[in-house]
Design a protein around this ligand. Structure first.
Ligand code: GDP
Ligand code: MG
Length: 482
């Protein structure tokens, strides 16, 4: 049984309670029993399941609930909140600070996904404008150096390692000293340590010494989502050895039940910051308890979507500038570039759609295809001169050939970019400014979103009205919940 099925079981228990003609202690007990069973099946630690049911029993004392209150709603809300509590220690994780060199160390058992996760983490921050560097201090596993170096190349981030140094503590110390010496170059040093099995006292000692030598700002524990009941004890062992400040749970894409690793929060009293949802660099999802539980129970990740809308259409400098230029009837290749980047920063479009309830039809392949196209367009635009970006009409045949050569893409693709720009320019500068005289500022959220989604994907969700429906549906679900 995978985590999603467990969500369905809990959701069904809630529905059964909601649909019963009377709400009495028996109905509540039956619901609690079903929820506990589902959580135990998901490998949530027994201790925590008992705590959760006890808390709920206390909160759901029918005698103290004033008559006239909507008991069903109170119960649903209490269950939702307890589930969130299970996953949220209410402690803020360390967030890298701009303008200084931040050091983050990753620890965890062998094979849990540290090397993969540090690479995703570096990629994530790079896309946010940081200058990360991956530091390999795994001298234990053969091939660790090459694995991380290759990952760093794929993520296009810097890498530091030393094939001949056998002492991980010395390597860590020396690496940090050298990387810190160049604060202009790096502002986020991400350290990948060697894997260890719980029993290996030596490796635990090594981990402690590394931490002592480099004094990191944050220690992240990486845990495999398919780890069962033993996850709690293992997380605890790590916490007792070093100051774990955050958790990342990996392999949440496969058949992981997740409950074991997810409840490591309790063992470490550290928040989960990301979930690993695949082997690729972009398969790292920010984690927050409430949206996660909401999605688990089939209510849709409304907050995730709203966040995406906010960041992609925020009143940031870029859209303000764009707004001004559009009003002046100008739309350059640079603007197109910005828009493609915005789309790419939203992550694969399939992941975006994944956040919506009832819309799973967009295959990952399709989403990836669109994203790849955008990436190639950006590569092409990177080969243009500033002048070409600002005044696209100067791009003639010989310039097109040069851009194709410089970017390693075909002439056909360069022409595609120029066509895209012309089309967008037409829409943006004529149609839109007439319709919405005051520019971007007044376009509704769904219209903004529609503009950011590639046409083929937009069609699949039913165009603008489809997006409107989705947003309404989410609102409806929220009302339904509380
Ligand atoms: P380490 O020993 O802790 O450094 O673990 P690795 O990063 O080498 O990962 C071990 C295996 O797990 C590799 O085959 C990874 O591709 C795989 N892996 C890591 N994270 C994920 C994930 O989120 N999803 C999936 N499906 N596989 C993952
Ligand atoms: Mg590794």
């Amino acid at each position: 049984m995978v985590l999603a099925d467990i969500g369905i079981r809990i959701s069904n228990a809630l529905k059964k309670m909601t649909n019963s003609t009377v709400i009495n202690n028996e109905v509540i007990d039956e619901m609690l029993k079903e929820i506990s069973n589902a959580l135990v099946t998901a490998d949530v630690s027994l201790k925590m399941v008992i705590e959760l049911t006890n808390n709920l029993k206390k909160a759901l004392d029918l005698d103290s609930m004033a008559s006239g209150h909507n008991k069903r709603m109170i119960i649903r809300k209490a269950v939702f909140e307890e589930l969130c509590k299970l996953l949220d220690p209410k402690i803020q994780p360390y967030k890298p600070v701009r303008g200084k060199v931040n050091i983050v160390v990753f620890v965890g058992l062998q094979g849990n996904g540290k090397t993969t996760t540090v690479s995703k983490y570096a990629y994530y921050y790079k896309r946010k404008g940081w200058r990360p560097v991956l530091l390999c201090v795994d001298t234990f596993r053969a091939g660790a150096f090459d694995q991380l170096m290759q990952n760093a190349a794929a993520a296009k981030v810097h890498f530091y390692g030393n094939r001949t140094e056998r002492d991980p503590v010395r390597l860590a110390k020396e690496g940090i000293e050298r990387l810190k010496a160049d604060p202009e170059m790096f502002d986020l040093i991400i350290v990948d340590t060697s894997g260890r099995h719980k029993q290996e006292g030596d490796l635990f000692e090594e981990m402690k010494q590394i931490v002592k030598a480099i004094n990191p700002n944050q220690i992240v524990l990486v845990m495999d989502g398919s780890m069962g009941q033993m996850a709690y004890d293992q997380a605890k062992a790590f916490k007792e050895a070093v100051k774990v400040g955050a958790v990342i749970v990996t392999k949440m894409d496969g058949h992981a039940k997740g409950g074991g690793a997810l409840s490591a929060v309790a063992a470490t009293q550290s928040p989960i910051i990301f979930l690993g949802t695949g082997e690729r660099l972009e398969n790292l999802e920010e984690f927050e308890a409430a949206p996660f539980v909401s999605k688990l129970l089939g209510l849709g990740d409304w907050k995730g979507l709203i966040d995406i809308l906010k960041t992609s259409t925020a009143n940031d400098e870029r859209s303000k500038n764009l707004n001004k230029r559009i009003q002046a009837g100008k739309y350059s290749l640079r603007d197109l570039y910005d828009q493609f980047e915005t789309i790419l920063n939203m992550g694969p479009i399939s992941q975006l759609m994944d956040k919506l309830p009832g819309i799973g039809q967009i295959s990952q392949a399709k989403g990836e295809e669109s994203n790849k196209k955008f990436k190639n367009y950006i590569v092409i635009m990177d080969s243009m001169t500033d002048e070409e970006l600002d005044v696209p009409k100067i791009i003639n045949q010989s310039r097109i050939a040069r851009i194709a050569r410089g970017s390693g893409r075909s002439i056909k693709e360069v022409n595609e970019v120029l066509m895209q720009h012309k089309t967008f320019e037409k829409i943006v500068c004529s149609g839109i400014t007439n319709k919405f005289k005051s520019g971007y500022g007044n376009i509704g959220a769904s219209q903004r979103m529609a503009k950011l989604i590639p046409q083929n994907v937009l069609q699949q969700v039913g165009g603008l009205s489809g997006i409107n429906n989705i947003m309404k549906q989410m609102g409806g679900n929220l009302k339904d919940m509380f």
